[in-house]
Structures are given as structure tokens and as C-alpha cells.
Design a protein around this ligand. Structure first.
Ligand SMILES: [Zn+2]
Length: 52
């Protein structure tokens, strides 16, 4: 079951979908770091992951 994450930062329409939570967490952390200059921990990301 794929996992999906939509960025919750204002004005950002980044969305990622992958086959595992680990992959989503990895991609979201890179996005947050480079695009928003913030560091998200894995727990925060996992709470926002949707199963699609
Ligand atoms: Zn974003």
C-alpha cells in the first residue's frame, strides 16, 4: 500500500508518494531541508503520512 505525504507549509504544493514509509520520510526530509530550511523528525512525518 503506497504511502503519501503532502507538505503542510503555506503555499507549498509538494506531494510525494512511495511504496514505503521509509522512502517517504527520506524524500520529505530532503524537501523540508532544501525548500524550507527546516529539519523534520521522522515521527512528525510519519504522523502525516496517508495510506493511499
Ligand atoms: Zn514544502
Amino acid at each position: 500500500m503506497p504511502s503519501q505525504f503532502e507538505c503542510f507549509q503555506d503555499g507549498c504544493n509538494f506531494m510525494v508518494r512511495a511504496d514505503s514509509d521509509e522512502e517517504v520520510v527520506h524524500l520529505v526530509r530532503e524537501h523540508a531541508q532544501f525548500t524550507h530550511d527546516i529539519t523534520l523528525d521522522a515521527d512528525t512525518i510519519e504522523e502525516e503520512i496517508e495510506r493511499v
